[in-house]
Design a protein. Structure first.
Length: 437
């Protein structure tokens, strides 16, 4: 045995003198030994980790291993490291591992893993997992340690050969608690935003397109509800296909502007046709960005049909009211509580020799009336409250002939709701057949 140890030392010394490496033939020649014996020595040294083997074609080249003692490595790493033999007895354990176990080194070394008297039941459960994984020789992506707070580790099981040629296992536990918590927060945030997007009243679509075609990255349920088309059908649709025939050209211009101006937001509202033929008024906001050779599209679609119909109804009401007011033979003026004009009719403009009714909007009554008339005209406005919304009073107004007359003025207060603007609707009641010019 001593002779073999000496010859192994000669091989190691020879390789130390030739750091570029040597073949079995080279070593046998230098030591004046047969290649069979040298090959056996090299197998022993390679198995024990003293030499490294590299293959170049048919030639095997051996070099001396550059090794750092395991005990030195254990003191520098922040990972939890434990080395066990084939019988699962602990041979070495670093300080981070001992801190987790909660025991001194002499209470752990040379004890079989399952018999280590850890005070924490969670650590005992961890040892059971380690024992099973060592027997299987498998790593684990994540182990959750049921401490308070919980810790998460990545397990590596590394077969190890010791200097005396015996084998064992190095167990490495990497603390991935921060990473696991960060991934969990990302997962929760993603789920949170997906829930929000899925329950939005607007339809959302995100898609990518390149030379190979389109790929739908995300579409929420609401988009299908608005358009009447399934996700698969939407993917096959061309931009602007929803738009009414009269709106397609306008939509096409917006879509082109979006592609020519990356990151810009293009906004368009138009009448569209659902799959079932029903007309819906949609507002579409869209933008696109280039990602390498791909273009990514972001589309937000809002169903504005009810709002649009209310606006059209209000426009109709306004036009009807305006027409009725313009046909009245008496001067009519509607103004806000700050005396700014909201509406006048043609008769009012003629009577007070002012500009046409459209240009009067926003002007103050004080600009139209003389100071005396203005003061007298608004004198009882404060009396028009919720409980007293209608009043008549007389105002001295000069007619076209220059003669001042006391002319009755009917006023009504119009309230749009608590906390909102109050309007005063006034009618100057001219005598029947009076010439106002």
């Amino acid at each position: 045995m001593q002779r073999i140890a000496e010859e192994l030392s000669w091989v190691k010394e020879l390789l130390r003198q030739h750091p570029q490496g040597m073949t079995i033939t080279d070593i046998a020649t230098k030591l004046k030994k047969n290649k069979h014996s040298v090959g056996r020595y090299l197998d022993i040294l390679h198995a024990s980790g003293h030499v490294d083997l590299r293959t170049f074609g048919m030639a095997k080249v051996y070099t001396l291993s550059t090794r750092v003692p395991l005990s030195a490595l254990l003191s520098y790493t922040t990972d939890l490291v434990m080395v066990v033999d084939d019988n699962l007895r602990v041979l070495q354990a670093n300080d981070p591992f001992l801190a987790l176990v909660g025991l001194e080194k002499d209470q752990v070394i040379f004890k079989e893993i399952r018999y280590i008297p850890a005070p924490d039941p969670a650590v005992i459960s961890l040892f059971e997992i380690l024992t099973e994984q060592i027997r299987l020789g498998h790593d684990l992506d994540e182990i959750e340690l049921q401490t308070d707070p919980k810790r998460h580790y990545h397990l590596r099981v590394v077969p190890t050969v010791f200097e005396d040629g015996t084998s064992g296992i190095t167990v490495i536990l990497e603390d991935i608690t921060s990473l696991s918590r960060a991934l969990d927060e990302i997962k929760k945030s993603r789920q949170f935003f997906e829930d929000i997007i899925s329950n939005m009243s607007d339809g959302i679509l995100v898609a990518e397109e390149d030379a190979s075609g389109k790929d739908l990255l995300f579409i929420n349920k609401r988009l299908s509800e608005i358009t009447g088309y399934s996700k698969e059908e939407i993917l096959q649709m061309e931009p602007g296909q929803l738009a009414d025939v009269k709106e397609k050209k306008r939509f096409g211009c917006k879509f082109k502007a979006m592609e020519e101006n990356p990151s810009s937001i293009q906004d368009i509202s138009f009448w569209a046709l659902r799959k079932d033929g029903e007309s819906r008024y949609l507002n579409v906001r869209m933008s696109s960005n280039l990602y390498g050779e791909k273009r990514r599209y972001y589309v937000l679609i809002s169903d504005m049909t009810e709002k649009r119909r209310r606006e059209e109804f209000q426009d109709l009401q306004w036009n009807i009211m305006r027409r009725v007011v313009d046909q009245m033979p008496h001067p009519i003026c509607c103004y806000r509580s700050d005396n700014s004009i909201f509406l006048v009719n043609k008769t009012f403009c003629k009577f007070f020799k002012c500009n046409n009714e459209d240009e009067m909007s926003g002007r103050n009554l004080g600009e139209i009336f003389t100071s005396d008339l203005f003061t007298e005209f608004i004198s009882n406005d404060n009396d028009l409250t919720d409980g007293d919304v209608h009043k008549r009073h007389y105002v001295r107004i000069s007619g076209p002939d220059g003669i001042k007359r006391d002319i009755p003025v009917e006023k009504s207060a119009v309230f749009l709701g608590e906390g909102r603007e109050k309007y005063i609707f006034s009618i100057i009641l001219l005598e029947c057949g009076e010439n106002i010019v």
